[in-house]
Ligand binder design. Sequence first.
Ligand code: COA
Length: 194
Amino acid sequence: MSEALFASELERERSTARLRLRPFGLGDVEAVLAYSRKPGFARHLPLPLPETGAYTRDDAEERLARLRLADWSVDATWALCLANDPSDAPIGSVRLSLDAPNYKADLGYALDPDRWGQGYAREAVRATLDHAFETWPSLAKVECHSTADNAASRRLAEAVGMRHEGRLRRFVVIRGRAVDIDWFGLLRAEWERA
Ligand SMILES: CC(C)(COP(=O)(O)OP(=O)(O)OC[C@H]1O[C@@H](n2cnc3c(N)ncnc32)[C@H](O)[C@@H]1OP(=O)(O)O)[C@@H](O)C(=O)NCCC(=O)NCCS
């Protein structure tokens, strides 16, 4: 019943001023492996630390295979590519997972560390929020979460209008350390006002 309220699929290919958003393909493995292994990328993520070499080609291939198999009507992940780059190599990703029974969606994002600080994540996330709220009239809220010490993620969430809703203490274990998680949310009415 609630799924019917979200019957329109999000666009698999979209563009913003500087970016092309598209599904990942298995041919993206080199690019994904390269940026995922850069220092800093996985610092706040529940991944093996790539710079130690623990993030392997198999890990990257498995991730891309999972993304190819995902059901896009509820779980969409876009590769972010520079619009003016003929190689079309991904520099990051934005993900939206729908929780249809509860009229909400969960947002995730990650960018090649060499591209940080240039507003690419902000541009992709803003466009994705607009697209989700416009495509799904029943969508009441988009939320996202990150570790409490992930300052860049918090800046990004707040820059796109999300509000800090709370902190869950020692909520997940990342590489053996129990860490706090911050939750952020954007209600439809707040998106409309922005
Ligand atoms: C979270 C993450 C995507 C944020 O990336 P980012 O590059 O800091 O974020 P943005 O692309 O929005 O860039 C914002 C910065 O670019 C600057 N900027 C430059 N040109 C800009 C433009 N044209 N438009 C907007 N901002 C611009 C802004 O001033 C801003 O800097 P500030 O935050 O100091 O104010 C990145 O840190 C990351 O990939 N981390 C690893 C993965 C991760 O932890 N993901 C979160 C878990 S959900």
